[in-house]
Write a protein that binds this ligand. Sequence first.
Ligand SMILES: Cc1cc2nc3c(=O)[nH]c(=O)nc-3n(C[C@H](O)[C@H](O)[C@H](O)COP(=O)(O)OP(=O)(O)OC[C@H]3O[C@@H](n4cnc5c(N)ncnc54)[C@H](O)[C@@H]3O)c2cc1C
Length: 425
Amino acid sequence: MVGAALAQALRSNPWTSELRLVLLDRQGQPEAGRSWQGPPELRVSTVTPASVALLQQAQVWTDLQPPRSAGFNRMQVWDWAGSGYIQYSASEVGLQHMGYVVENSMIQGALLKQLLQPGNTAKLMFKESVSQMTLPPYSQSGLNGQSGNALASLQLESGRQVRARLVVGADGAQSHMRSLACLRTSGWAYGQHGVVATVRTDVPHSTAWQRFLPRGPLALLPVRDGLSSVVWTTSPRHARELTSASPLAFALAVNQALSGGATPARNPLLAGVRGPGQGSERPFHAPPQVVESVGPSPRSFPLHLRHAGRYVRPRFALVGDAAHAVHPLAGQGVNLGFGDVGALVSTLAHAVEAGRDIGELTLLEEMYERPRQRANVSMMAALDALKRVFVPQTGLLATARGLGLDALNAFPLAKNRVMMYAMGE
Ligand SMILES: Cc1cc2nc3c(=O)[nH]c(=O)nc-3n(C[C@H](O)[C@H](O)[C@H](O)COP(=O)(O)OP(=O)(O)OC[C@H]3O[C@@H](n4cnc5c(N)ncnc54)[C@H](O)[C@@H]3O)c2cc1C
């Protein structure tokens, strides 16, 4: 997704549209402009308004907007152990939607459709991967940051060779390109799996529901055709039980997880804390009931946090999960990748405009790596802290957590700041 978005965003930018691009992927060619009939795919992304702006610039949003996807205008987050809850509404920050839930294959298909348009000179290679890569050594990047005349050279599995002024590794969390570039990562496995499923609810909705459960968070998100997507973080063993459950048993498990446990209620200590003009206290909303799982059987994915200490080398850059893989609890993964795309396109547009080499190390460090590391690391730290805060089910932290949710809910300024940050503003 992120690599194709970069290619199409470069094609759409007047400064970079003339760059000669090669996009290669080890998978077969996905369906271009995928049909949106039939049950949705299991893998979906919650796309923030900032990512929508990027997809609009890349001229693909018209193929992705509702009814091909679903917008959500409210969010409710609550806890299994405590009674605290928090509600967000897009109208509180003057927007129609807080974000959209789009199938990953729909995003890939829309990007590919544009990349295959006549006149588009990007060369696409599927079922292809890189076996060896040679980059200019750091010593050749020179004190003034020039990368010299030596190009990056790729040896492909098919025997072909590609030489380039800049190679971008966008090959996901297990990135082979990152290893070939000798860029190291730090991080850990969460020891948890993310179970994804599509379900039918008793009533259609446009709210992103998220409950923090003893084993991890469960999100119920609207997806197209009135259906919903479940993203449930849990133990590997429970993930196995869920992925082998019948459609009805899966629905029962989701309902129990969303409706069992403590009953949310406003903390009386915070009653009346809101000032005049700061909106009215809204009661807790019960989530819809899940009737059955539909479409492909639920699947699970192991979850990791992983971050590359460096994103660039002379004539090389990492984007997306290849640079940073995060916990899916706030649906930020692909949005961070789209943020990388925006920054790299601006960097390369600047280089072309200024007549600089697009593979120059100093340029990549200053305009791409530094701002993106700052943005990505602060989001990763926030997500990891959130995940840790919600683990204990008893004791002081669990009590403070309930109070914290209520307190945040009571102070619109702080709450809106959190919401804008999560929306990529
Ligand atoms: C359970 C779960 C739920 C998630 N939910 C959300 C969500 O709601 N919102 C959100 O923003 N994010 C979510 N994410 C994260 C999101 O899926 C990732 O951030 C996103 O897919 C990263 O995109 P990418 O293009 O960087 O990598 P990928 O999607 O992994 O794509 C990598 C591409 O590289 C290709 N490739 C890999 N290796 C090679 C190779 N050696 N040679 C050639 N090609 C190669 C692959 O075929 C693939 O096309 C979730 C993740 C999980 C696990």
